[in-house]
Design a protein around this ligand. Sequence first.
Ligand SMILES: [Zn+2]
Length: 527
Amino acid sequence: MFDLIIKNALMVDGTGSSPINKDIGISKDKISSIGNLSNAESKKIIDAKGQIVSPGFIDTHSHADFEILRNPQHEYGISQGVTTEIMSPDGIGLVPLSKSKSKDYMDYLSGILGYPTDDFDGTTFETAKVSYDKKCKINVAMFAGHGPLRLDICGMEDIPLRGDLLTQAKYNLELALEQGASGLATGLDYYPQSFSDTDELIELCKVVAKKNSIYSVHLRSHEKDRAFANGGILEAIEISRKSGVSLHVEHYRTAEETAGEIDKILEPIDKAKNEGLNITMETYSYPVGCTVPIIFFPGSFHIGGTKKIISNLSNQQTRDFWEKELLEDPQRAGIEEIMWTSIGLKEWKDYVGLTVKDAAKKDGLSPIQHILDMMYRTNLNCGFRGVPPSSVSIWRQVEEDIIELMKRPDYMVGSDAVPTGQMIHPRSYGCFTRFLGRLRRRFNVPIELMINRMTKLPAETFGLKNRGILKEGYFADLVIFDPNIVNDLATFEDPEILSVGISQVLVNGKISFESGKDNLELNGRFV
Ligand SMILES: [Zn+2]
């Protein structure tokens, strides 16, 4: 007697094999039988005729760390078929970090992560796990964040880790990996991560390699002078080469300025792979991203953390100084085109949806003075997104590039969901269904290929055991959907619209999402 049988579906098992008609029997939290189960008995039967059943999707890049604690039903994720998310990418997170040291950093990250619930304790992976396990709709995995690791040891200070500090960081990292961290993640555009140099990262990655885990990186464009080959992909490859670590490159794709140049961005990676290095990549399905304005500023801006930054910004002279610095920084060209998506201050919410250029005009300030003022008034609790290319053909070219990348067997989907704010980037609600729906159909991508990139590949890459394929004995994380209807509906103008075409989603054997039903049981695990 099964607990549940899914009948008459076309099974796409995650391995990349072609769809095949099979019934799936589920007992407790596992897939217990795959085959012809027409005569088998079951407490419940789902007739999925005309639909596809596949493994649940795995998101390799999610900033829902705290949002999911506040809204454990996690509708925007599970309604896309996502059953596992890996949190704390970019090294942005609160684990492992002593509770006493986390308050200032919470403010610092609030424009991306919002705030956790009061009981959250990120001191170790053991203490953090408790907040997620069986308390969220989906499975949660988490990287050890390079940010919290460094803060715990030396605060928001410009010191590359050496000697005792490095020894302590390596010890804490090893403990995190033993307690279930999915790897080490860093974001070398964010602080304190960018205060590191290449040698520090090589040393940390030796620990990761020893534990057979993975180094996930948002490539460096800050503090380039302390990096091998000025940062970027070459630094990441050197770290992998010297430490022996498996490398995962976060959100690696072309953009408006590089549309059509995938060969160029892939060249160093393919060269390194030919050398024998283990490298994977991810992307989301949109041409622009979103983040927080602190990303524009170099190291000296960040020293001392939030309190110090805010105190500095209370001074007009400091603001003038930073305006001058940013105006002289060629990387900041076009900064006035960004659009406010998240403002943690009621009185200022009218600015949400305005570009900095327009908002600054309203204030009678220059664009950079307006950004500095916004950061000051909101205590850094503000975020923005890029504006998509005005040229349809460039937007289409970037989409074509993204699909070409996805055809490679080393590419997966990382939504980079930032679910905090009032007019969030649509990737939170639509990243997976955009790939699975409109982009797959437009570019005629075989469904088994697209599903492999969302299931087996990330499960294997990040060591998510017994997940990612439909196989007897594996966890019953499953999605049932109509391949002709499935689609994203969230747009840049209206980003909080749920996707269509996903009928049911199972997490650890329980129906956790069913189109039209609310508040189903929370059955996700910390994995
Ligand atoms: Zn990110």
